[in-house]
Design a protein. Structure first.
Length: 202
């Protein structure tokens, strides 16, 4: 399920860009959607881990772990490690497909940030919710964190208010702000060329 958004994005990227240009006047629309697609596995995997922790807390296994050599700390570390590992693996595979021109280093660092985001979401869910019913409501709010990379489009220094969230740095890493600047510069350049061509006739 975590890889479905990336597959759909790759298959529909060209059609999406062609539809977005006349509709919104925005070139390369898919480049702004790409970081959200890459961050989605953090929401999915973090959601699953968070509910497993809630279930363990509600059903009592966490209390039983106190008397084992592993203990709560060891069990928590295990949950965090598995969550990070699964998310890292999915993102490392998805990034070259979503961003074919991205260097290997960018794919790895992106996977690290998305993995950290998954851990944050996994532990934020049981920290806020008292039970699984509340967890469902909290999940809807936490899933909006997938849009945090778009804070990069806000002028500095205000955008760095989102810097405490790992997924924010995915937007910085992919240089969304510079893409927006280049897109606007290109639009201004084309506009000037059009005006200069038509000015002799007016």
């Amino acid at each position: 399920m975590s890889v479905v958004p990336a597959i759909a994005f790759v298959l529909g990227r060209q059609a999406m860009d062609e539809a977005a240009l006349p509709a919104f006047g925005l070139a390369n629309f898919s480049s702004y959607l790409a970081p959200i697609i890459l961050v989605l596995p953090a929401a999915f995997v973090g959601w699953v881990t968070g509910f497993l922790i809630l279930e363990d807390r509600d059903d009592g296994p966490l209390l039983a772990l106190d008397i084992t050599p592993l203990g709560k700390a060891g069990f928590t570390l295990h949950r965090a490690t598995v969550t990070f590992g699964v998310t890292f693996f999915i993102t490392a595979i998805a990034t070259p497909q979503v961003l074919p021109q991205a260097p290997v280093v960018v794919s790895i660092v992106t996977a690290v940030f998305v993995g950290l985001q998954a851990i944050m979401l996994a532990f934020a869910l049981p920290a806020i919710a008292n039970n699984k019913v509340e967890g469902l409501a909290v999940t809807k709010v936490l899933n909006t964190s997938a849009t945090i990379p778009l804070l990069t489009l806000i002028p500095s220094p205000l955008r760095y208010l989102g810097g405490f969230v790992p997924s924010f740095w995915v937007g910085e890493l992919l240089e969304l702000s510079s893409q927006l600047y280049l897109t606007r510069s290109e639009e201004r350049r084309v506009g000037k060329e059009c005006r200069s061509r038509w000015s002799p006739y007016h």
